[in-house]
Ligand binder design. Structure first.
Ligand code: F6P
Length: 533
């Protein structure tokens, strides 16, 4: 660590343009490949020595052993005493050594049930209570039980796909909009909830049942014919009234934000077909293999995680921004916010140390972003001329499901990182004491450049490449967690707000006060009670 800290001081005035002038091989040396992908981090503020030091640190912290531990199912989620075996969900070869056999048997059983259900739906063989074929599926779930499948469905949507919708929010508007124009007789609800306890999902499931019953009908018959659950808690799903044969399994060793590869991804198979889901798994499995078997220097998830960690902890680059140049990836930033921030937004390390009190230690930075070119007309101004230090990641598929992307889009994708590095009129220095109006106008146009970015160039965006991309981010998040020395698989921070909402919910329902709440909350409660009426 000390070596890295000293090196960061040496690089504090790192000049990207100078680095390229000084080393014509830089673009090739500071990039990696994964199949036909080009993963280019040559515009990061690092040099050969940084990479050597990061690799040395990776060896010292035994990163390869951590990778092996993930695949072998060690109890990496130590605070909840669980393995994190999401890679078993996309494992390709039977009997491969890195996941337990009984787990694979369960996975194959669940996949068979998913295949059957999705194929029956797609060919019109699944009938609702009145005997009409189901035509629309509405997924009720939140967080990991929504973000991943919704992103994939959105990215791979075709005109003639099965109609699949997603509802996550507690605001009734979300469900109402999703149900707008739908026929009660031909709608299937999928309640996706690992715990089957989540307030948003259960509230929406109850409201959806009320909607189904609005024209009358036998409640249990409606539940049997129009409800499917995906859960690790089948008792709770049965208690809700869902038929046991309509419950798809999930297991403790699949974290919520890693669950799109499980039966939580059933909506992907329903919308786009079973083969698409298989291709998605195959892409993720290819990234797993790369991550598992490739030496550190060529290992994309490890190298990218090391650079992210370098930026956060040493280069003091406190913003991480993701910009896909593909409309199909418009939901990627929201998905990554859960994956990266729920995983590594932690303050206590494995030994119980408070990261904020340990000299130099940091937790992961926030992640946000938006698609190009829309975001060029929104936050890119801030990137080019604002004074924050940001690390921007461009994701550029050159084709979209086999079709070439518009040249205009690709041109912008290539131009932005170039502009961020090269800047405009960077050497102009204004003498404010004697500045003319022209000088001030010129100064306002200066783009200082020297902004760090990474570019992921993909040959295509289809199910396979999307699977590999999402697995890349999962493994990066895991390795970053190891580097921060936190458990990336728990999420206790989200519990406090949920607990505090309970007494407030009761107070709002009964129109009572809440004596033991703080003064601000009491005042806000009174306000809400007054205007809600
Ligand atoms: O927000 C916390 C969280 O537990 C996520 O990790 C999870 O993806 C989401 O809630 C939904 O949980 P469940 O699938 O149990 O409804």
């Amino acid at each position: 660590m000390e070596k890295l800290r000293r090196h960061a001081l040496d690089l504090r005035n790192f000049d990207l343009r100078g680095a390229f002038n000084h080393d014509p091989q830089r673009a090739e040396k500071l990039s990696l490949s994964f199949g036909d992908w080009r993963i280019d981090f040559s515009r990061q503020k690092i040099n050969d020595e940084t990479l050597a030091l990061l690799r040395e640190y990776a060896e010292k912290t035994d990163l390869p052993r951590w990778v092996a531990a993930l695949f072998s199912g060690e109890t990496l989620n130590h605070t909840e005493k669980r393995a994190a075996l999401h890679t078993a969900l996309r494992q390709q070869e039977e009997g491969a050594s890195f996941a337990r056999r009984e787990i694979l048997r369960d996975v194959r059983g669940a996949q068979q049930a998913m295949k059957t259900l999705s194929e029956r739906l797609r060919c019109g063989a699944l009938l609702g209570a009145s005997g009409k074929p189901v035509k629309t599926v509405v997924n009720l779930g939140i967080g990991g039980s929504s973000l991943g499948p919704q992103l994939v469905c959105d990215a791979l949507l075709r005109a003639d796909d099965f109609d699949v919708r997603f509802v996550s929010n507690l605001d009734a508007e979300d469900l109402e909009r999703a149900l707008l124009g739908l026929d009660r007789e031909t709608t299937l609800l999928i309640v996706a909830s690992k715990t089957f306890k989540t307030e948003e999902t259960l509230t929406n499931a109850r409201a959806a049942l009320d909607w189904l019953q609005a024209d009358g009908g036998n409640k249990q018959e409606l539940l049997n014919r129009h409800f499917v659950a995906v859960t690790a808690s089948d008792e709770a799903a049965k208690a809700f009234g869902i038929a046991p044969e309509n419950i798809l399994p999930l297991w403790d060793w699949v974290g919520g934000r890693y669950s799109l590869w499980s039966a939580v991804g059933i909506t992907i198979a329903i919308q786009s077909g079973w083969q698409t889901f298989v291709d998605l798994l195959a892409g993720a499995a290819a990234m797993d293999k790369h991550f598992h078997e490739t030496p550190i220097a060529h290992n994309a998830p490890i190298m990218l995680a090391l650079i992210d960690w370098w930026n956060t902890c040493f280069a003091q680059i406190g913003e991480r921004i993701v910009v896909p140049y593909a409309f199909g990836l418009r939901l990627l930033p929201a998905y990554l916010q859960q994956l990266l921030m729920e995983s590594n937004g932690k303050r206590i390390d494995w030994d119980g140390n408070d990261l904020h009190k340990t000299a130099g230690a940091r937790s992961a930075v926030s992640v946000w972003g938006g698609i190009g070119t829309d975001s060029q007309h929104a936050f890119f101004q801030w990137l080019h001329q604002g004074s924050h230090r940001a690390n921007i990641e461009f994701i550029v598929p050159t084709r979209y499901r086999g079709q070439s992307q518009r040249v205009g889009l690709l041109a912008h994708a290539l131009a932005q990182p170039q502009a961020l590095m090269c800047g405009h009129d960077c050497d102009f220095e204004i003498d404010t004491a004697n500045a003319t109006d022209e000088d001030i106008a010129r100064a306002a146009r200066v783009c200082p450049g020297n902004r760090a970015s990474t570019m992921l160039l993909l040959p295509d965006l289809n199910a396979w490449h999307l699977g590999a991309l999402l697995a890349l981010y999962e493994h990066r998040a895991f390795i970053e967690g190891v580097l921060y020395r936190v458990n990336p698989f728990d999420q206790f921070g989200v519990e406090l707000g949920k607990a505090l909402a309970c007494p407030l919910h009761n107070a709002l329902e009964r129109n009572t006060t809440l004596a033991d709440a703080d003064a601000v909350t009491q005042a806000q409660l009174l306000y809400v009670q007054r205007f809600r009426k």
